[in-house]
Structures are given as C-alpha cells and as structure tokens.
Design a protein around this ligand. Structure first.
Ligand code: MG
Length: 208
C-alpha cells in the first residue's frame, strides 16, 4: 500500500555534508532541488525493479515530509504548521545515468524508484528524527536530521517560495553518507525510529 498521494515529489540533493563529500561534490549554498514523478511510487513490501538501462542502481535512505496543508511562500517559523507527518523514503538512483545525463530526471525517475512507508508518522519533532539505511540487514547509513545542511522548516520555506506545496505533496530531504549499489535478490530497509521500517526487495527488469 502506498501511504501518500502527492501531486508532486520534490527532492533535495546533497543535504548532508558527508554524503556530498563521498560523491566528490561540493556542499551547496542553497538547497539543490529535483523531482521524482508520482509514477515512481511504491509502498513497503513492493519490489524495486532494476532497469535494463543502468549498471549502477543505488539506495538512498531519506526522511520524507508529507504536507498537510497548502503552503505558498511560508516563513520558516510557520513551515511546520503545514506538515502532516513523516515517512521513510528510498530515493533509488541510477548513479551512472545521474553522472552521464547531467539532468536527473531519468536517473531518479524510473518506475518503483520512490519507495515510501510503511506509515505517515504524526506528532513528531523533526529535530529528533534519525534515518537508518540497511542492505540485507546490514546497517549502511545512519544520521540524525540535525545533520541536514538545510533543516526541514528551511526546506519548506525555500520550496514554497518557488512552487505551491499542496496537501499530500512529498518532500524527500536528502540522504546521508553510506549509499551503495543494489542488485536483484537484495532487500533494502529504511527506518525512522518512531515511524517504522520501509522494506523493499530488489528484482531484475522483466525484460532482462
Ligand atoms: Mg536523494
């Protein structure tokens, strides 16, 4: 089951300094935004399907923010009043295509490349959240939300000054260091303590 029905999925790149460094990128001076299409959504238990076009598919454990109210040019201090809650998210990425394409629409937009769930956790303080990524049960990523370069209220304020955020819209807030490749047969987990565990098996492309 997919627990959100966003009109758009707005994603933030390089929002943890250690992850920007591990990929050899500079830390951005303002949030770096991109989109994933709603057609990429899957829920917990659904399979991430490896596209035949890529040789390097990677997991990215992230904190997902689910909007509860329309937000248009909101101030940082008012931002959290527009949030419904938080969910675990996996910003699955073809790292090879991300590098060769320049734009990220293809690398991050394949069907099944936005796993979210298992629930939307409400009534939580974003500053106390932590995100954990596991591959086949082994911990690969762990970071507190306080490690974000741009915190969640700042991201909502920034994005809402560009585009209206509608109730139900989803923001992926960036991944910490420790990303790595996945292959058919793997199981990827993203956990946010207090929200739950998002678990997805990986399978090969149906054409290949
Ligand atoms: Mg990401």
């Amino acid at each position: 089951m997919i627990v959100v029905q966003p009109s758009k999925i707005v994603c933030v790149g390089r929002n943890y300094a250690a992850h920007a460094r591990e990929l050899g990128n500079v830390v951005p001076k303002q949030p770096l935004l991109f989109f994933k299409p709603p057609s990429s959504l899957i829920g917990t238990g659904d399979a991430i399907v490896m596209p035949a076009e890529s040789r390097q598919v990677e997991y990215e454990a992230e904190i997902g923010v689910v909007m509860g109210k329309r937000a248009r040019r909101v101030a940082k201090d008012d931002a959290m009043a527009h949030v419904r809650g938080f969910t675990c998210a996996n910003d699955v990425t073809c790292r090879d295509l991300q590098k060769t394409d320049g734009q990220w629409g293809r690398a991050k937009g394949f069907d099944t490349f936005c796993a979210v769930g298992p629930v939307v956790g409400e009534g939580l303080d974003w500053r106390k959240l932590e995100v954990i990524g596991r591959l086949n049960g082994e911990e690969r990523q762990r970071a507190p939300a306080s490690d974000m370069i741009f915190g969640i209220p700042e991201l909502i304020a920034y994005i809402s000054h560009i585009m209206t955020l509608e109730a139900g819209d989803l923001i992926l807030t960036g991944t910490p260091d420790g990303v790595g490749t996945i292959a058919a047969g793997d199981v990827v987990e993203v956990e946010i303590p207090g929200v739950g565990i998002l678990r997805n098996p990986v399978r090969g492309d149906e054409t290949g």
